[in-house]
Design a protein around this ligand. Structure first.
Ligand code: FAD
Ligand code: SF4
Ligand code: SF4
Length: 492
């Protein structure tokens, strides 16, 4: 082992993040906004790590990445080994390096954060894995044994894919069913290209195929097969279908033309970027170009909408949120990026109604008319509720209007009715509609049917879906091994 002279350098070396492209330049395209680290910068920044005995960065990483070890290897220029360590705990290190909210996870808990700014863990993770792809170190899976048992995974998002990878590594036959036409779930159709370029996801999908994982795309469970049919065909099933039912705003005028849901808007934009035919975009309905856009919500989905609208060439983009900046659920990094790109935040404001263009012009056909404004009122933060968050209260008589040709609702997501969708009423759900699982075995109320990701947790993060998918793979392996053993014993 080399000496530690390349490490513990946080006192002499300042934190440096990869270059961020200027807002004036980056808002003209959908490319990622951060440049890559140079090899020197990656090694030097990794060398700021103080190699803590109890690494709080690792404790607060949902996949328990062995961060100090791969930082040390990077600082010493041993990148292939760094990649080996990093990929051992994470199916998509290059994706987490790009889109994890590091300020709330690993970096926010780095001990040198107090006074010296944290180690730039995410950027180093991205650098190491992007380098591994460039150098050809990322290889298809070759399982040490081939097993006869097969597993059906419903959902090709990060949760389903993390499970698929780990089960294939153990030699199982893995079949992934997805209603979309591409692999990746929200990493493809939700998260915009400027945060996560699509070929980063698609090259992984290709690698999984080369590893022998079989994808059945455009295959909707509930329409093309029931859950019972999949159970009959496979030895175990994993449900990783995510959450897609958009929360709706019950406000007058919500049915007006050009009042749209965030996922409808983002999916059209992502499909356009992927080169698909998107008639609802080409007709102008889901294109923000030349429009006054109002986005309602304060989470990461809202941030993705405002920044997409800027890139599409909107005349103005406003984000309406009922609390203040400090209390926003979205990542502060994304808010800062949005502000730099020209998004105007209207804090402490909640929508009251969507006003039709025709109503503004005093005609009568309001129902069929496009939206012309969002009427909102001002809020103030009252006393904290049981969760400790201050409750927003309406300020009477504070109504105001924002001109608007396209209103986007980004209020969060709930699960669809999975038991009804799958024709499986015996599948138990929680009072939030998420699938009920035994948290030790990850099995649902149906024998041999497991669940992972957002459909269990509710809307969460890619890295948590990966963690769940990997854990579910371990539990499925235990379940199948126990099934094989008695059969093998009986045959003797
Ligand atoms: P999903 O990714 O939703 O995948 C579920 C898959 O199941 C989909 O491909 C779907 O087509 C398929 N499916 C559903 N029903 C069926 C059916 N009946 N039959 C067959 N297939 C089915 N997280 C971050 O960490 N960082 C971010 O920056 C970030 N940004 C986000 C931005 C947006 C706009 C959104 C909406 C989410 C964002 N997230 C982010 C959250 C993250 O994307 C999710 O937490 C994560 O993708 C959940 O993974 P999953 O595998 O559980 O589900
Ligand atoms: Fe940090 Fe996410 Fe990487 Fe964990 S997976 S080290 S939380 S960026
Ligand atoms: Fe290194 Fe920070 Fe993790 Fe400590 S907490 S091991 S300094 S990255």
């Amino acid at each position: 082992m080399a000496t530690t002279s390349k490490l513990l350098r946080f006192v002499e070396i300042e934190q440096q993040t990869p270059e961020k492209r200027a807002a004036t330049e980056r808002k003209r395209d959908f490319d990622e906004i951060y440049e890559a680290f140079s090899p020197d910068a990656a090694a030097t920044q990794a060398g700021r790590c103080s190699q803590c005995g109890v690494p709080f960065c690792q404790v607060n990483c949902p996949v328990s990445n062995n961060i100090p070890d791969w930082l040390k290897l990077t600082a010493e220029g041993r990148l292939e080994e760094a990649y080996e360590v990093s990929q051992a705990t994470n199916t998509f290190p290059e994706i987490c390096g790009r889109i994890c909210p590091q300020d709330r996870l690993c970096e926010g808990n780095c001990v040198i954060e107090k006074g010296f700014d944290s180690v730039t863990i995410g950027s180093v993770e991205k650098y190491v894995t992007d380098t591994a792809w460039e150098k050809g170190w990322v290889k298809p899976i070759v399982p040490p044994v081939e097993r006869a048992q097969s597993i059906a995974i419903i959902g090709a998002g990060p949760g389903g894919l993390a499970a698929a990878e780990n089960l294939r590594r153990k030699g199982y036959k893995v079949h992934v069913y997805d209603r979309y036409d591409r692999v990746g779930g929200l990493m493809i159709y939700g998260i915009p290209n400027f945060k996560l370029e699509k070929d980063v996801v698609l090259r992984r999908a290709e690698q999984f195929e080369k590893s022998g994982i079989v994808f059945h795309l455009n295959f909707e469970v509930g329409r093309d097969a029931t859950l019972a049919e999949l159970r009959a065909k496979h030895d175990a099933v994993l449900i990783a279908t995510g959450v897609y039912k958009a929360r709706v705003l019950e406000a007058p005028g919500a049915g007006l033309e050009n009042v749209v849901k965030a996922m409808t808007y983002l999916t059209a934009s992502n499909r356009k970027g992927l080169g698909d035919d998107v008639p609802e975009f080409d007709s102008g309905a889901l294109d923000a170009a030349g429009k006054h856009v109002v986005v309602i919500g304060g989470g990461d989905t809202a941030m993705d909408c405002v920044r997409t609208a800027i890139r599409q060439g909107a005349k103005s983009v406003k984000c309406l949120y009922r609390r203040d900046k400090k209390n926003m659920p979205g990542s502060q990094r994304e808010v800062a990026n949005a502000e730099e790109e020209g998004v105007e935040f209207v804090w402490l404001a909640a929508p009251e109604a969507f006003v039709a263009k025709a109503a503004k012009a005093k005609t009568k056909k309001a129902g069929a008319e496009p939206v012309g404004a969002v009427r909102a009122y001002r809020m103030r933060l009252g006393i904290a509720d049981a969760t400790g968050r201050q409750v927003p209260e309406k300020i009477e008589g504070s109504s105001f209007e924002l001109p608007c040709d396209l209103a986007i609702e980004a209020l969060g997501f709930d699960p669809e009715d999975v038991p009804a969708m799958f024709g499986a009423p015996e599948l138990s759900v929680t009072r939030w509609g998420t699938l009920k699982v035994n948290h030790r075995t990850m099995m649902t109320s149906l024998d041999g049917v497991f669940a992972a990701g957002d459909i269990v947790r509710g809307a969460s993060l890619v890295v948590w879906a990966i963690r769940d998918g990997r854990d579910a793979a371990d539990q499925i392996h235990k379940f199948l091994a126990a099934k094989v053993k008695p059969a093998a014993a009986a045959a003797e």
